[in-house]
Design a protein around this ligand. Structure first.
Ligand code: ZN
Length: 161
């Protein structure tokens, strides 16, 4: 999961430098990278964040960090889309490879963030469940049912720690 998130972040960083739009002006067709647009820089920052998070952040905030990063990147891309749409009439701009790749990566980052949070909460439940199941007697060490007050084997009181 951590490797996947680093790879996704790297793809996001790289895709900012890939063509985001083909601009046709006076019959000349040129391409513009995401870095040429304000929103491209936002996505670049989010990409770097995405690479750094799994390496630096505490496991607790990794899942939610990725979820937030993906959503911010998507908002940035939506903003870029608005720019593109407003320029269409004048220049004939169309989204290209890098932009589409960025959207796919942003969605993938959101999914990995959510799945990490789900895995974590499942693990937490497991730990809590195990704690409830193993109520061993401090005197004889016999296993007792969760919530039992006295040991079934020796009758010693089971104090909850
Ligand atoms: Zn006992």
């Amino acid at each position: 999961m951590r490797k996947l998130q680093v790879i996704l972040g790297l793809i996001m960083v790289i895709s900012v430098f890939l063509p985001w739009a083909s601009v046709e002006t006076f019959g000349w067709k040129t391409t513009a990278a995401g870095i040429d647009y304000g929103y491209g820089i936002l996505v670049l920052i989010m990409g770097i964040f995405c690479v750094g998070l799994p390496l630096l952040a505490e496991p607790k905030i990794k899942g939610i960090g990725h979820l937030a990063t993906g959503i911010i990147a998507l908002i940035g891309l939506a903003g870029y889309w608005g720019t593109v749409r407003s320029e269409v009439g004048m220049l004939g701009v169309s989204p290209e490879f890098g932009f589409i790749l960025c959207i796919i990566v942003a969605i993938a980052v959101i999914i990995t963030g959510i799945s990490q949070m789900v895995v974590k909460s499942a693990r937490k439940e497991d730990v809590l469940g195990a704690g409830k199941a193993n109520l061993s007697c401090p005197k004889c060490g016999a296993e007792n049912k969760p919530g039992a007050k006295f040991c079934q084997n020796c009758g010693a009181p089971l104090s909850k720690e």
